[in-house]
Ligand binder design. Structure first.
Ligand code: DQA
Length: 138
């Protein structure tokens, strides 16, 4: 089973960025742990701060991979282009967020990804990614 985690803007700063909201673990360290926990999954990871690069990656993997775990970060709330890309592909997408976006500012309550996501996992810290992976195994 081939699954990719795609992370959007500023998520490369996990560990340093607002640790009270996003925790103090780096994504690299969490990702290595995740690969150890799910040796049966061919798991890869892509990060970009650039909207078009995220769309390119969604299109590239979106007809051959078994699943995409997408945290489009701030673009979740602004990007019709990423929303359209999720709609255009065949691979199921699970939208994840580390923080509970509904407990935060009103502008974070809107998502252009959710209407076309297979499911949404929000607010469980980095464990949100793990829950998404587990859901693909079911
Ligand atoms: C986030 C929530 C977004 O609102 C924010 O812009 C992020 C991270 C999360 O994982 O909690 O960058 O997607």
């Amino acid at each position: 089973m081939k699954i990719i985690i795609i992370n959007g803007p500023n998520l490369n700063l996990l560990g340093k960025r607002e640790p009270d909201v996003y925790g103090s673990e780096t994504f690299d360290s969490f990702f290595n742990q995740l690969k150890n926990d799910f040796p049966q999954i061919e798991l890869s990871y892509f990060h970009s701060n650039i909207e078009g690069e995220l769309i390119d990656k969604i299109q590239e993997v979106g007809f051959s991979y078994d699943g995409i775990i997408l945290n489009a970060a701030a673009y979740t709330h602004t990007s019709i282009g990423i929303g359209d890309a999720v709609k255009a592909i065949a691979t199921p997408v699970i939208e994840v967020h580390i923080s509970n976006t509904f407990a935060r500012e009103a502008f974070r309550h809107q998502s252009f990804i959710s209407p076309n996501a297979k499911g949404i996992i929000i607010g469980f810290g980095l464990q949100s990614y793990k829950l998404a992976l587990q859901s693909f195994l079911r």
